[in-house]
Design a protein around this ligand. Structure first.
Ligand code: HDL
Ligand code: ZN
Length: 420
């Protein structure tokens, strides 16, 4: 064991260890390179990320339809001009583009877009995947894989050689958000389901979950939920959770990842996938759901800042609950610092501090560096507090804590895989 560090050595040691720690990124919208074009990468995909589209429209009188009629390059040009040339990239998402380009060693400035595009045009996707994962120091990541996605499903049905760095998660939102639509798709996939929740329908939904969890080798089952959902109610959501998802998770030993707080209907449909809103959640129902199923493991990330303290209290009550990440509208420095410090002070090292939610591969080159700087700052303060209280803080202790927060605790939380 290394000797305890003098107080002034703690912050630099934390900074070095956080900067150098390989990350397991437990929630992304990236895809295995073998899945082809749905794995997004490159400057034009970065610039047309829905966060930036939404921010650009704040500065434009352009009719939305005119923007959507443009091709990807034209959209990216407009966003670059609007958010990077006519204004400084101060927001988290615009600053992220700068960070990622800088980490790739590219000169960044208002007039640099043509040269940046030429650099990307020379890159090969497979090599770029290795380059980004290496520079971002991401040892593995978890995708968001939906059998209900007509673009993604055929590749899984054909099968492909997996890249072991790209783990899978079974995303099943339509089962909860739009049961009639899900029934139609399940029937087309060969499952004998009907709109009524008969014993056969529920058994067939469980078979669907088992088939796809096996096909994906999924680490967990995942769904987002509206702020209005309050377990238990008389809706289809509760029936599907209680009669299909929980029995499946219990039988197959997979965690159920809950993501409450997203409004199901777009609050501005003109922005397309950038049009979602958020709301504060009544977490009391989730306390019941998690507390009444101690033999099921739950991952939880909630979209509203106002909910974060209660999530920490829930984490203290239920050992089958693993809070994770600073999700979506929370992924901003001012909130990340607050959430991470509160979690450390209430949960110790028993949570996953961040996930990238990256949709474009290049985003790993900003979401992780931005978090590492903040995480190091907060973690150093906590280890200094521990040292001031008299505990011998060593480099080994810090390295173990950093590993826990960046994927190690998630791996410890995952139940051992069950046969079959
Ligand atoms: O539901 C989710 O997983 C969210 O992360 C959405 O995909 C959202 O559009 C997003 O990309 N957030 O970062
Ligand atoms: Zn996501």
């Amino acid at each position: 064991m290394t000797s305890s560090l003098p107080l002034p050595q703690i912050a630099p040691t934390v900074a070095r260890l956080v900067a150098g720690a390989p990350v397991l990124d437990i929630h992304t919208h990236l895809y295995d390179p073998a899945q082809g074009e749905i794995l997004l990468w490159g400057i034009d995909e970065q610039l047309t990320y829905h966060y930036l589209v939404a921010e650009a429209f704040r500065c434009l009188d352009l009719p939305y339809a005119r923007f959507w009629a443009m091709n990807k390059t034209e959209q990216a040009d407009l966003i670059w001009r609007t958010l990077f040339v006519e204004r400084a990239p101060v927001s988290e998402a615009t600053r992220g583009v700068v960070t990622s380009l800088n980490l790739l060693g590219l000169d960044v400035g208002p007039g640099e877009l043509p040269r940046i595009r030429r650099w990307f045009a020379e890159q090969k996707r497979e090599r770029f995947v290795d380059l980004v994962l290496e520079k971002a120091n991401v040892r593995a990541l978890v995708m968001t894989n939906s059998p209900f996605d007509d673009l993604e499903r055929p590749g899984w049905e054909r099968g492909f050689a997996r890249d072991s760095r790209f783990k899978a998660a079974l995303r099943i939102d339509p089962l909860l958000h739009d049961w009639p639509q899900a029934v139609g798709q399940l029937q087309q996939m060969g499952y004998a389901v009907s709109l009524d929740f008969t014993a056969q329908t529920l058994s067939e939904v469980r078979r669907f979950l088992a088939d796809w969890a096996r096909r994906l080798d999924a680490l967990y089952v995942m769904a987002s939920l509206p702020p209005s959902y309050a377990y238990p109610d008389v809706s289809a959501v509760t029936t599907v959770i209680e009669k299909a998802i929980l029995p499946f998770c219990r039988e197959h030993g997979l965690p159920f990842a809950l993501m409450p707080g997203v409004k199901p209907r777009l609050i501005n449909p003109e922005l397309r996938i950038g049009g979602h809103g958020m709301g504060r959640v009544d977490l009391d129902g989730y306390e019941r759901l998690i507390g009444e199923n101690p033999d099921v493991k739950f991952l939880l990330t909630v979209l509203s800042r106002e909910n974060q303290h209660q999530v920490c209290v829930m984490g203290r009550k239920f050992r089958n609950l693993h809070p994770f990440g600073c999700w979506w509208f929370l992924n901003n420095p001012v909130i990340i610092e607050d959430m991470t410090r509160m979690r450390l002070e209430m949960l110790g090292l028993t949570f996953t501090a961040q996930h990238s939610d990256a949709r474009v591969l290049d985003q790993l080159l900003y979401k992780w560096p931005h978090f590492r700087a903040l995480g190091a700052k907060v973690l150093a303060a906590k280890y200094e507090d521990t040292a001031r209280s008299g505990w011998p803080v060593t480099e080994t202790i810090i390295a173990e804590g950093v590993h826990a927060l960046l994927g190690g605790e998630f791996e410890r939380f995952l139940p051992p895989p069950k046969a079959g």
